[in-house]
Design a protein around this ligand. Structure first.
Ligand code: GRF
Length: 210
């Protein structure tokens, strides 16, 4: 039986697309956006996937909106919920409900650069290595157990956009990989760390030349 996946997004949806096109042992049973005009919803529709808009601006109360969102997700009986550019902080009750089956991708090498504008901040700090992280979501914002990370070099002439593009190419590699491992039942969380069953070496990705 394949792993039932619900995707949450807010915008472009390129990570969702990478997961959808990666031939994984999963079934994407719904794609939900808090922004009705998210490009990711268009991609879902044109590929015959259930595309659902739940406009958060119609629900000023975060807890109430998250309760509605959780109900909508549960209707699809997911084994895994994938945050793919979902740009809203989730309430603690929501996270508790899905903990252990909720993955996120963050555009930095966590725990560095939690929060927003990660590429600008990496350039401002002058770091020479940057990257991205797939992690389980816990109540601690951008701080859950790490599944996989990819590193990229930072170049002297980088702008936030050129750096973001380099990182994004790696996001599209590691997120499908993390989802595959989850679907295969290979991820074990032990005291805040994620161990990959049978293969402890492939949770760090260094592109050619690094
Ligand atoms: C990505 O950079 C991801 O790391 C961050 O939001 C962005 C979403 O991009 N969480 P996309 O919508 O997947 O193209």
């Amino acid at each position: 039986m394949s792993c039932r996946v619900v995707v949450l997004l807010s915008g472009r949806g390129s990570n969702f697309q990478a997961i959808a096109e990666a031939r994984l042992p999963i079934e994407i049973v719904a794609v939900i956006s808090n922004r009705p005009h998210a490009a990711g919803l268009d991609y879902a529709r044109t590929h015959g996937l259930a595309a659902i808009a739940l406009d958060h601006t119609a629900h000023p109360d975060r807890a109430a909106f998250d309760a509605l969102l959780a109900e909508e997700i549960e209707r699809h009986r997911p084994d895994l919920v994938v945050l793919a550019g979902y740009m809203r902080i989730l309430s603690p009750a929501f996270i508790a409900r899905f903990e252990g089956r909720l993955l996120n991708i963050h555009p930095s090498l966590l725990p560095m650069f939690q929060g927003l504008k990660t590429h600008e901040r990496a350039l401002a700090e002058g770091v020479k290595i940057h990257g991205c992280t797939v992690h389980f979501v816990t109540a601690d914002l951008d701080h859950g157990p790490i599944v996989i990370q990819a590193a990229v070099p930072v170049r002297a002439d980088d702008t936030p956009d050129t750096l973001a593009a380099r990182v994004l190419r790696q996001e599209h590699r590691i997120y499908p990989q993390a989802v595959r491992w989850f679907a295969e039942g290979r991820l074990e969380i032990n005291r805040g760390r994620v161990n990959l069953k049978d293969d402890p070496t492939s949770q760090s990705v260094f592109p050619a030349g690094m």
